[in-house]
Design a binder for this molecule. Structure first.
Ligand code: MD3
Ligand code: FE
Length: 202
């Protein structure tokens, strides 16, 4: 049997077009202060196909020396810009958490980018959920269990969809198998943006 881990909430079309466009403007402002860069695989230094940046107190980075959260942009060394208010409000409304997210990872996928199956476990606190927001072109998202060899399920994430990963699903293996080019007109030059809001420290 193939069952999604408990605690996954997929909310298709949660954000209307105007909200999506406002979020894109917020993210453009973040990217002007903290440019997208291309992370690298630890050890090999092989570049990832996804480009990234962050906002918030802590940002997730990947380079030859490993995966970690840090306060500065790895290229400019500047502190990350703050998480836009609109995203903080969304987090509070969706999670009911009293604490704000410490990190907002911004992933940008061009039409050929993908993200291999992985767990998110660089955080010291898994008690809060992760909130994921999809903007732009659709993707094929895959999620399995908390062990790599468990069966997986795939579904499309469209622009405006939200996924909330709480409970058991917080440590589920997941990835992005492909982007469906030109399936959204939200981003003038195409591609997909994914935002993940997280608590990091205990
Ligand atoms: C399941 N991002 O940034 S979002 C990531 O679409 C990441 O860019 C993907 O995986 C993306 O780490 C997937 C959905 C998602 C986000 C975080 C999760 C699923 C998750 C954390 C735990 C389990
Ligand atoms: Fe992840």
């Amino acid at each position: 049997m193939l069952v999604l881990p408990k605690g996954v909430r997929h909310i298709p079309g949660h954000l209307d077009r105007d909200e999506q466009a406002s979020l894109v403007e917020d993210i453009r402002a973040v990217v002007r202060q903290a440019p997208l860069y291309r992370p690298e695989m630890p050890r090999s230094g092989k570049p990832l196909s996804v480009r990234m940046t962050n906002c918030g107190d802590l940002g997730w980075v990947a380079d030859k020396s490993g995966y970690r959260y840090q306060r500065q942009h790895p290229v400019t060394d500047a502190p990350w810009p703050p998480v836009p208010d609109r995203l903080l409000q969304l987090w509070t409304r969706l999670t009911g958490e009293t604490r704000f997210p410490q990190a907002c990872l911004v992933n940008f996928y061009d039409s050929g980018a993908r993200m291999g199956l992985h767990q998110d476990r660089d955080e010291a606190d898994f008690s809060a959920p992760v909130v994921s927001i999809s903007l732009g072109d659709a993707c094929l998202f895959r999620i399995g269990g908390t062990k790599r060899d468990q069966p997986t399920r795939s579904f499309r994430l469209e622009s405006g969809d939200i996924v909330i990963l709480g409970g058991e699903s917080r440590l589920a293996f997941h990835g992005v198998d492909r982007i469906y080019p030109a399936t959204s007109t939200l981003l003038r030059d195409g591609g997909r943006i994914n935002l993940t809001l997280r608590r990091v420290t205990a």
